[in-house]
Structures are given as C-alpha cells and as structure tokens.
Design a protein around this ligand. Structure first.
Ligand code: ARG
Length: 471
C-alpha cells in the first residue's frame, strides 16, 4: 500500500521501486521509528487530535509491533523465515510506510490517524538521529575496549624497550608502553569526538512536518524530552534537511579507522620476519593455502583495508549533500547505507583490534636488541657534548662523525674505544660510556609526555584510573 496513492492512476514500475525503496536497508531503524511514533501519538492526544482511547490503542499496537519487529529483525539476521513481518517480502517503500501499513492492518481507521501533522521528512530525520545516538553509546564502549587492551598490553610489558622510528628509520629508543599510550591518546580523542557529536545532534526534528512546521499545536518540547533529546530543532527547514550528524559520525569513524589503520600498520611491521618484535595469536591470523609456513596478520590488514570503504562513505555523503536545495530531496535517502556499513565495520574493527592486542606476545629480547642497533644513541652523544659546553650544532656534527667511524668499523658507537672517540673530539671522556647505554637515553627523557620509565609508568597508572572512572 503506497502512502501517497490518491493522485496516481497507475502503480510504480519495478525498476522505479528498485531505485526508490529504502526498506531493504532502513529496516534497521524499525524500533526507532516505532519509538518516535509512540511519542507522536501522545503529542497528538495532548493537542486534542486523538482521544485517550485512540492513543492507547495506537500505543498498544505500536508496542506489539515493536516486539514483533525486533523478533523479525533478529531472525532475519539469523537468515530464518521471519513469517508475516518479513521485510524482504514486503512491497512497502520504506520503514515508515511499513510500520504505518502494519498499524492500519491492525487498527483500521485509528491507524490512519497517526500521520496527522507529520511527514516522513521529519520522521526519518528523527529516526536516524535516534539510531545514530544509540550507536554512539555502543561504539563508545567499543573504543573503551581498545583502550583497555592497549593499557593491558602496556602493563604486561612495562620494562620493554623498542626502537622508535621516524621515516621508518630507527630514531630513538622508546618504551613499548609509550607506544601503547600514544594510541590511547588517539582513541581518547575519538571518544571525545563521539561525545561532541552527541551534544550537537541531540535535537528533535519531530513537529517540523514536511518542511514548514505543522498546524497542529503539538508540544515540541515535550516530544523532544520524551525521546531523550536536549531540545527541539529550532528551524523546520533545517530540521528536515540537516544530515550533518551523519557526516560527523562518518568523520569520527574515518578518523578512528585511520588510527586503527596506523596501529595495524605498526603491528604488521613489528610482526614481520624482518622486525620479529611480536607474535600474534593463532585466533587472529590465518595460513596460506600454498605456503605451509605462513601465519599472516589478516585481521590487521583488514583493519587497514576497511578504511577504504569508510572514508568512501564520508566522501560519498559530502558529495550527495553539496548541491541540494532546501529542504528535503530524495537524494538524502543515500545517507543510510554508507552510515550503516560504516558503523558495522568500525564496530568490527574496534573489537578485532582488542582481540589482536590481547593476543600479542612481545619478544622483549629481540626488541631490545633492535633498539640498541642503528646508532639510536647518537642523540645522547650530542646531548652529552652539550653538557660539556659544546654548542648543540657542533655536538650534532661530532656525533655524526662518530657514527661514520662506527659504520666504518662495523660496530656500535659504544664499542668504539675512547681513543677513536677522542680523535674526533677531545671533549669526549670516559664518562661517555654510561650515557651510551640503552636505558640511559630512554630514562633521560623524564619530561611530561616523554618516554622515561618514570613518566610512562605515571601516565599508564593515570590512564588505568581514567578507564576505571569511565567504567
Ligand atoms: N525513505 C526516505 C528517506 O530515507 C524517507 C523520507 C521520504 N520522504 C519523502 N517525501 N519521500 O529519506
């Protein structure tokens, strides 16, 4: 049953239905649609449009439908026959018409009263906000899960030192926990972006009608409050046209996926035969059909690879929205598939990131060895010379020449005899050797945000405490 059949003489073509119908994907908003409709029926009653009895019948039928639809949705997920409420067998255009048709089926004319003063334009804007808001809460928990796994990995390996890189060249040694905490900072920002998004999007479009508001005196504040919004949207044109909240969700997801992708990339490299810093659990890796020795980091590669579709969805919706005149246009129905897919993929990637981190085993010996190689204590030598009154630039130059000498002799800086060092600079004395030890350089960076044991331990405990509070 089309909701708008009156002025049409013939039905929609099957090809038109393919391009036009959104029920195949907007069925995920079934419970939000019903929740919004219950509030709308209460508002209509208070406005004198429905009697108390009519409202009670509508609310009863909607609640019944909600239970049935939720059953159907979970059965559909399990690929089972969903019986009467099979969305796939329905010829309804979208979830809003589907719910309304089911209501009319149950209640007859009373069901036909619910849409008074309402449009699918303010309805879809409300439903989708409710849907996004619910997912903000679950995604928040997923992000916290990754933070927890990073903190656990850091706690298991508090002494471990790995090479720190710039340009993928060994630069300066760092604590492994410092590396974990770097990703904790990124994910904390992702969390706060989710929180910001919720603050901005939590306004209720219902009562905006198709575009110009409604003639029925519904209490928009009461509707907003009942649906958990902070306030009603303040302009009806904007309320039905705004999809910023979807764009923001896609941006927050994209940024977070970018973080997960860098985390994945670091771990893929650390896991490589060349680095050999860590092993991944069997549960998150796969083998090769041809090469029996292979154990591939597929979970991490997919965390990196799935960025493509998530970034694509952000770009797609930006392009869809950019030329649209006010107010609603059907182009905007394209807001959903990318967002639904993004939420699914981001959720999966956050969960798998936790599993990978929980499974990883650090090869501390190998990390230490690599951290000590590559002349990563050259900065220490330059800083040492600064302590001896040498200007930093000159110290930098001397340390560079020492590195050349070490390369020449095929040894580490600390393995060069004092005579070789003094031939380059007479400022270098015997007390240079402790300075060249791995831990020395690391623990010298005892400044807020630095990699010393003391600062890292403090930061780790602070974050564990923060996590507890998020609880
Ligand atoms: N299925 C539509 C969407 O997702 C609902 C709104 C339809 N409104 C309309 N006037 N055709 O955007």
């Amino acid at each position: 049953m089309a909701l708008w059949g009156g002025r049409f003489e013939s039905g929609a073509s099957s090809m038109f239905k393919q391009v036009n119908d959104s029920l195949p994907f907007d069925q995920v908003m079934a419970s939000q649609d019903i929740q919004g409709s219950i509030s709308w029926s209460r508002a209509l009653q208070k406005a004198g449009v429905l009697t108390a009895d009519e409202q009670a019948q509508l609310e009863g039928a909607l609640s019944e439908l909600k239970a049935q639809l939720e059953g159907a949705l979970s059965e559909l997920k399990a690929q089972a026959d969903a019986g009467e409420l099979d969305f796939n067998a329905s010829s309804e255009e979208d979830i809003h018409s589907f719910v309304e048709a089911a209501l009319i089926e149950k209640l007859g004319d009373i069901g036909r009263k619910l849409h008074t003063g309402r449009s699918r334009n303010d309805q879809v804007a409300t439903d989708f906000r409710l849907w996004v808001r619910e997912h903000i809460a679950s995604l928040r928990a997923d992000v916290l899960g990754v933070i927890k796994s990073l903190l656990n990995a850091a706690s298991r390996h508090q002494e471990a030192i790995i090479p720190g890189y710039t340009h993928l060249q060994r630069a300066q040694p760092i604590h492994f926990a410092h590396w974990c905490l770097a990703y904790v900072e990124m994910l904390k920002r992702d969390l706060s972006r989710l929180d910001d998004l919720k603050v901005r999007m939590n306004q209720c479009p219902l009562g905006s009608g198709a575009l110009a508001g409604t003639t029925f005196p519904v209490d928009r504040h009461a509707i907003a409050e009942e649906l958990g919004f902070d306030s009603p949207c303040l302009n009806s044109l904007d309320a039905v046209s705004d999809r910023d909240f979807v764009l923001e969700l896609l941006f927050v997801a994209s940024t977070s996926m970018m973080h997960l992708s860098r985390l994945a990339e670091d771990m893929i490299f650390y896991n490589s035969g060349e680095a050999g810093f860590l092993q991944l659990g069997d549960s998150v890796t796969s083998g090769s059909s041809l090469m029996p020795q292979k154990k591939n980091p597929d979970a991490l590669e997919l965390m990196r690879g799935k960025c493509g579709r998530v970034f694509g969805s952000l770009q797609a919706l930006l392009v869809t929205m950019k030329g649209l005149p006010l107010a609603y246009n059907k182009d905007m129905q394209e807001d959903k598939e990318g967002a639904i897919d993004t939420v699914n993929q981001w959720h999966i990637c956050l969960c798998i990131a936790s599993e990978v981190l929980d499974s990883l085993q650090l090869n501390e010996e190998r990390c230490r060895e690599a951290a000590a190689q590559g002349f990563s204590n050259a900065t220490e030598l330059a800083d040492y010379l600064v302590g001896k009154g040498v200007p930093f630039r000159t110290g930098h130059d001397i340390a560079g020449r020492v590195v050349l000498q070490a390369i020449d002799k095929g040894c580490a800086i600390e393995d060069l005899p004092l005579s070789d060092l003094q031939a380059i600079s007479d400022k270098i004395e015997d007390d240079v050797y402790p300075v060249l030890q791995l831990e020395y350089g690391v623990n010298q960076r005892n400044i807020l945000g630095g990699t010393s044991k003391e600062t890292v331990t403090k930061a780790l405990y602070q974050e564990l405490e923060n996590l507890d509070k998020q609880g």
